[in-house]
Ligand binder design. Sequence first.
Ligand code: MGD
Ligand code: MGD
Ligand code: SF4
Ligand code: MO
Length: 678
Amino acid sequence: METYKNIENGIVPSVCSLDCPDQCGLLLHKKDGRIRKIEGDPNHPVTKGAICNKVRHMGERIYDVKRLQSPLKRVGKKGEGRFETITWKEAIDTIASRWKNIISDAGAESILPYSFYGNMGRINSEGMDRRFFNRLGASQLDRTICSVAGSKGYRYTMGGSYGTDPEEMTDTKLFIMWGINAVSTNMHQMMIAQKARKNGAKIIVIDVHKNQTGKMADWFIPILPGTDGALALGIMHILYKENLVDRPFLEQYTIGFNELEEHVQQYEPQLVSSITGVPKEDIYSLARMYGETSPSMIRIGNGLQHHDNGGMIVRTISCLPALTGQWNVKGGGALKGNSAFLAFNTDALQRPDLLKQNTRTINMNSLGKELLELNTPIQSLFVYGTNPAVVAPDANKVRKGLEREDLFTVVHELFITETAMYADIVLPATSAFENIDFYTSYWHHYIHLHEPVIHPFGESKSNTDVFRMLAEAMEFEEREFKDNDEQLIKQSLIQTNNPFLQHVTYEKLKKKRYLKANRNSQLLDNLKTPSGKIELFSQQMKEEGYPPLPTYIPILQESDFPFLFVPGPNHNFLNSTFSHQDKHMKLEKTPKLFINSLDATRLGINDGDTVRIWNQRGECELTASVGEQVLPGVVVSQGLWSDLNGKNHLVNALTPDRIADMGGGAVFFSGRVKVEKM
Ligand SMILES: Nc1nc2c(c(=O)[nH]1)N[C@H]1C(S)=C(S)[C@@H](COP(=O)(O)OP(=O)(O)OC[C@H]3O[C@@H](n4cnc5c(=O)[nH]c(N)nc54)[C@H](O)[C@@H]3O)O[C@H]1N2
Ligand SMILES: Nc1nc2c(c(=O)[nH]1)N[C@H]1C(S)=C(S)[C@@H](COP(=O)(O)OP(=O)(O)OC[C@H]3O[C@@H](n4cnc5c(=O)[nH]c(N)nc54)[C@H](O)[C@@H]3O)O[C@H]1N2
Ligand code: SF4
Ligand SMILES: [Mo]
């Protein structure tokens, strides 16, 4: 069979590699060997032929003239962006010799890999790289920037990232989109909800911003940032009091329901209203609607857990479907993440056994601090699949760290990003279209195999190839570094203990391209909590120093600056990806700051004014959007914009690098700022 990449003219199947829950099946139209058109695979059971605008215009990015073609070395000052082309041999030799010196001087722990999921392909994002850095004995990176606080909170209740199958939600009667901008960030979730709406379902959105999703809701409930835990407890208070709980379910499948009943008595709707800003009557209506409608579904987003108390918020919300017995109803329950259904053999892929010595672990959210303050300094940084100069919190600190003359930085990228501007060596990366890999969604239940659909761009190389080259240059003899990509995938799919994936093999996947996790083994009988039940009371939490019952803990009041600042992602970028493409920038127009008209009037700010927002960490300039989309005292921006164009658009200059209550998570949305007209 002709491989897809060799097909010059025709339609070839692909998968979207971006860090997005939908993980769409794609069809690429090729002409003269180039991708001319990208569309959703109409036969894919979840994608159903629809994809987002961002990826429909992915070609702009793949063939962008700015895309890197060959390795570079720095010739100017750090951050200046002056580079000279070098060969792969010179690049790899330079890295290996610098690392050998660093290791003999200060130990391998002085080297830090820094990566995230710019490409969700498993072998490229967490395969050969993990083997390499384990064998090297480098510092370990705790990859906490995205969803870890909430996932940990959810796990205390449910035992892992197990939720409702989105394909079962077509008959759901109530959707609560809680802290998720699904229209922009999970469009197929919204498509499913809208289809259900045609059969009478209601869509409630609880958010701090009446954004793309809030505007489509049947009922939008604005809430003050970081207070959702209190709202969930207020709902529980009413559910118990009005006997809207499913007692037989609670008795059979949960522990702690009696303790919880007593505990939530303190969360009187009046008190909850004063904390959350949600009127008391609305709390009653919401609780009754939730208690009386079935099937009901809570889609728990990522936004509401980017707070100091984000873990506890998700821990708390995830107790609600148990109270109403919704886990026993088709299309009912909750969905924070579904990755556990597709858990594969990470040990076989990543080989933690190759790590022979004790090494320190560094939280990726503290990058700036760790670059500047560690006693045993990080001497070399290897960045791939992420753009920390823009996406990591407290960005000015990150950049100060990256500026260190004694830091040897390598960046493997498709573009000269803001981070690559600080690199000593830049290596050109293939796009996911150019690679073989497998993909496991964290929302739907499909695992995909992707075969290369185009040839590598210029001299670019995949992550797995780069780490194989580095292994050779570092003289690692183990055969684990000789495994090719196909072998890496096969090893990952040798299942050990995931009952939902036993039927999946490489051969089957190659034949079918995607396969669905098998949910015939019952979730409620296989819960991975210590008790095997849904834990409304968690002894484990108690032992780890948390309140064992869901509890409202406010976010830190970090300063007296008047506004809480919520800088989320936007519709046309994917984090900072696409923020360099003219097409996507034009679609997104300008970076806005949403502010309530009461606040704007008081500050003399009109719609469309340029405003400066600032705090103790930094500042940036945005365009005011005045109205009722946010509550007074809250300002919201959208998008991780580039500042390479000299524009002062770096929102993370203002975000705190504190660590959330659980899992070492990020707290992007718990910072305070001042706003003034320019
Ligand atoms: N178009 C697009 N899609 C994306 C991304 C992107 O950048 N652009 N990023 C991808 C990634 S990596 C992720 S993690 C997901 C994230 O996507 P989502 O899960 O949607 O998370 P966010 O967009 O960060 O935040 C969701 C909502 O939470 C709200 N929010 C903030 N604080 C609070 C709070 O305290 N309470 C409540 N109730 N709401 C709050 C924000 O206003 C926002 O509307 O999207 C993925 N998909
Ligand atoms: N203020 C604020 N900050 C945030 C967030 C927020 O909501 N607000 N969201 C946070 C969240 S949830 C996340 S997940 C992070 C995401 O932040 P990042 O993980 O940094 O995501 P991107 O900005 O998309 O950067 C991914 C980079 O990987 C590169 N890349 C893509 N494919 C490959 C490949 O195959 N190999 C290599 N070597 N490189 C590749 C891309 O070119 C791109 O520059 O941002 C976080 N930062
Ligand atoms: S970014 Fe998300 S919605 Fe867009 S094509 Fe990729 S997986 Fe689908
Ligand atoms: Mo994320």
